[in-house]
Design a binder for this molecule. Structure first.
Ligand SMILES: *Cc1c(COP(=O)(O)O)cnc(C)c1O
Length: 372
């Protein structure tokens, strides 16, 4: 009989865990919230729904980071290095998650944090995080790209450290997610699917996979599969999109800062960058929550929608392993979550009234039938 053994677990952040791959020294103060070490969850339902049972699809659920998105991996690096270099304040433009993360790490080391967010298009959960972590929030009457231009100009002439992904330390920290996937799978997956907004993360993963292989920790490299929302797909269209529109606000970006390196990731890996429609994103968003038990935000669902499209075109080789980054938590965007026609039914406190609303209950399983 197997007995449950107590094992000592020390949760550490990505800088401590992967310091030999990161530009840190013993003089670097480590500002960490024990980010990273997120679960790689095997898909239970998607391969059979696609009629491709041989596929192994893994969800890297970054919504379980301390502030609810992968941005924490880059922010622990950016804020630690800012502190090492003597900064007393940081600034970012943000569709929401960058500001939540910047504000949290800044608060942890007593730094001031300024965030510029585009008017009206930020998920409620992200905005309230910036406020609660004590950031100074400025709403810019414009889109994300306008806000980022302002941040670049202000930080160029004022003693404020920019912590958008043009800050090279952000990408360095974010590449640790690729290391974790290789550690979990024993090698790189065959494909890596990821939503693309400013394109920092696809850049970071590709760098991570390459470096891990160069240093002998993995043998193979994945094909990088990036997905933009159809209304915000500058890389796919090969031109700046002036007024990007999508329900996936985290990737509502018309002029990605890491455009060139996203193309490199795509081409060097033999992958692709495509777009998915808002309807496809909506479907994937619901599927993840209702069939996989994973509540991720709409932008995260874009990567899953892209995998579904490719699978339908028989893109994947039989038996492939596909890793799919779910970039943020579904709790970030309660308004979107409540935008479906869910009905709340109130009844009198009686058995009959409750049974009437819940309708037919499925029969119990017989001993022989399996769980699914
Ligand atoms: C930032 C973000 C993205 C986009 O990542 P980029 O590095 O800008 O391409 C996607 N999803 C979520 C939830 C994000 O917060």
């Amino acid at each position: 009989m197997n007995r449950i053994k107590k094992v000592p677990v020390k949760k550490i952040g990505v800088i401590e865990r992967y310091q030999e791959f990161l530009p840190v020294s013993d003089r670097t103060p480590i500002i960490s919230l024990n980010e990273g070490n997120t679960p790689l969850i095997l898909s239970e339902a998607l391969p059979s729904v696609l009629g491709l049972k041989g596929l192994k699809i893994y969800f890297k659920f970054e919504g379980l980071n301390p502030t609810g998105s992968f941005k924490d991996r880059g922010m622990t690096m950016a804020v630690s290095k800012a502190l090492e270099e003597g900064a007393t304040s940081v600034m970012c433009a943000s569709t929401g998650n960058t500001s939540a993360s910047a504000a949290a790490f800044a608060s942890r080391c007593g730094m001031k944090c300024y965030v510029l967010i585009p008017e009206g298009k930020i998920a409620k959960g992200k905005l309230l995080q910036a406020f609660r972590y004590g950031a100074k929030v400025v709403v810019v009457k414009g889109n994300f790209d306008d806000a980022l231009e302002l941040v670049k100009k202000i930080t160029a002439t004022h003693p404020i450290q920019i912590v958008n992904s043009v800050n090279p330390y952000r990408i360095e920290g974010q590449k640790t997610a690729a290391f974790e996937i290789c550690d979990d799978l024993g090698d790189a997956p065959d494909y890596h699917a990821i939503p693309v907004g400013n394109a920092g993360n696809i850049t970071a993963y590709w760098r991570g996979y390459r470096e891990y292989k160069e240093k002998g920790h993995s043998d193979t490299l994945p094909k990088m599969l990036g997905f933009q929302a159809a209304g915000a797909a500058p890389i796919v269209l090969n031109r700046v999109v002036k007024n990007p529109e999508t329900i996936a606000t985290a990737i509502r970006i018309g002029n990605p800062a890491s455009w060139a390196s996203a193309l490199k990731a795509r081409d060097e890996s033999g992958g692709l960058i495509e777009s998915v429609t808002d309807d496809e994103i909506r479907w994937a968003y619901r599927f993840l929550a209702e069939r996989e038990g994973i509540f991720a935000e709409p932008a995260s669902a874009a990567a899953v929608a892209g995998v579904v499209n490719l699978a339908k075109r028989n893109y994947f080789k039989k038996g492939s392993r596909i890793a799919c980054t779910l970039t943020g938590s579904g709790l970030k965007d309660p308004e979107f979550a409540l935008s479906f026609d869910d009905r709340i039914e109130s009844v009198e406190p009686s058995i009959d009234a409750v049974l009437k609303v819940i309708g037919t209950v499925p029969p119990a399983r017989t001993k022989k039938s399996s769980v699914r």
